[in-house]
Every structure is written in C-alpha cells, then in structure tokens.
Design a protein around this ligand. Sequence first.
Ligand code: PLP
Length: 327
Amino acid sequence: MTMVSSKDIEWPTVSGGPIEYSEYSMTESPYAGGCAWIDGEWMPLDRASVPVRDFGFTRSDSTYTVASVWHGYVLRLDDHLTRFLDGCEYLQFSIGITRDELKSLALECVSRSQLRECYLEILVTRGWPAVPGDRRIENARNRLHVLAMPYQWVFSPEEQINGISVTVPRTVRRSPLNAVNPQVKNFQWGDLTQGLLAAAAAGERSAILLDGEGRVAEGPGFNVCIVENGSLVAPIRNSLPGITLSTVFAIAGKQGIASMQEDIAIERLLRADEVMATTTAGGVTPVIGIDGRAVGDGSPGPVTRLLQKEFWRMVGEKSEFTESVRY
Ligand code: PLP
C-alpha cells in the first residue's frame, strides 16, 4: 500500500499568511488520504463513483453540501446539515437515515481519512428505478454519499492573498429562483460554466453573474460581498445562502462592522470600495479588478484583509462555529 503523505496534498501557501496546513503524518489505512461512504459501504475515495444510470449523473438530479475541515476542526457542520436537509426536502429526496446518524457518518468519514485539512462533502443523488426502462423519478431509490477528500480550492491560497480579477458576463444570467433554484446547492452549472468560459475568453480568473434583472447574483462556486462606506452588503436573492458568507457576517459583527443583504445593481458593484468572494473552497478572496477596472486602488482592501485573517484564525481552532474531529 502506498502511504499518502500530508505534504503530497498541500497547495503552496504564502509564508506568514493566514493559511497554513497542519504538520502531521498518517498511519497506514486504505482510507488514509481520502474516504467515502456510499449507500451503506465504506471505501477508499479512489473507489467512489456514480453509476451511469443514476439520474444524479444523467440529469444532475442531486443536492449536496461541502463543509471544510481545517486543523482538524469542522466548520459549522450543523448549518451544513440544515442546508443540505432543506435541499433534500425541496427536491424530495429521502436519505434513509436520521440527521444525527448523518452527522456521525460525516465525522467518522473525516476521521477515517485522517485528513486534518479536508473537504467534507455530503451528497444525495436521485438514483434509478429498479425496473429497466422505467423513468419515473418517484420510483428511483435515492443514494447518499459522504466523502472526505483533500482540500479543494476555487481560489488558491496565493490568489486569496493577492486577489483576483473577474468579468461580469453580459451574455449569461444566473438561473432565477423559479427555474434551477440557486438557493438549493446543485450541480446544474450550465450558467456558471458559461460564466467560467466567458472569464477564460476575457483573460480573467472568474466571473460574477448577474440575475435576469441585472442584479448581482453570485459566481461559479462563490458568493459575492461588497464593502460600501465601511459596511458589508451581499445580494439578497438568486444566490446560495453561503455558509462562508454568514460566517464572514458573524466575524464582521464582532469587529463592529455592519452587514446586510439587499439587491445590488451592477453600477453599485463597480463603485464598491472593496469586493470579496466568499466560499468554503476559497475563504475570503479579494476581487481587485472587474472587467479591466480596478476595485478601489486595485489591491486587497483593509476590510477584506481583516475578515480574511480572522476567518482563517477562527476556522482552525475551537470556537462556537467549529467542532473537533476525533481521529
Ligand atoms: N455559490 C455557489 C454557486 C457555490 O457553489 C458555493 C460553494 O460551493 C457558494 C456560493 C459558497 O457557499 P459556501 O460558503 O457555503 O461554501
């Protein structure tokens, strides 16, 4: 068996910056470095797969959540479970186990992986009907997946320090609530993928999508938040209720910074003093340019930096938002 070293899965970080991996080594186990529980069976992450008949694959008929584990602490697992179970109710998925059982499985999955920094994904797919040729979703048996895998980055630790530039595509809009509801976490990324393609064509790192009415919605894998007159403002609709965003709001509150959610027109985004992207897969990332124009003075602003520093300090230690994994 090849041993995975924690060093093999680390991304470069900025020395002296707020993001540092733990120093540790793993013991020999088939699950070391990545573990999965699918439909009742434990397996190494490399063996985890989705059958081609699963509507989760053919129709993206699924919902999921991803919590972070940092320095052996899971961030806001209860909030992730609530968001996931709300999504299951909206899409009429049945996961077949209780919330408490799901929580235990999730913690056990991380523990088996031995990963101190990891992505904890909880996913349900529609499955498929037992009778060949039957396409009725009500006859499909839903399949639950719990995965612990090395940390994945939408924005690398370096980008989080230096900031990123984005485009606001005018040719694609974020799906409205009454189509593919963006408030329910999903893999139906048609609009977000078009945003990424537009960003690549424009030579930008990512995209911020507007909704059908021209209001700021969100980006491929992140929420958007602006700083205006010292306060945080994030869009109120047509985006995922991000757990990172709500954590940033909570941290801001402790720092005496006001936060609110309301509609943000494109002009307001372009005039903002600071803009940040928030996501489990990238913490608090400064957006320093939009369509070739500088945000503020074109470097990460003081409010974003403060929130970023506090965010990474808080996720890696015991706090009201974290719980420790027993390895
Ligand atoms: N918006 C979208 C479309 C996402 O996919 C994500 C995270 O993956 C987010 C926002 C940020 O949500 P969270 O902070 O809960 O990770």
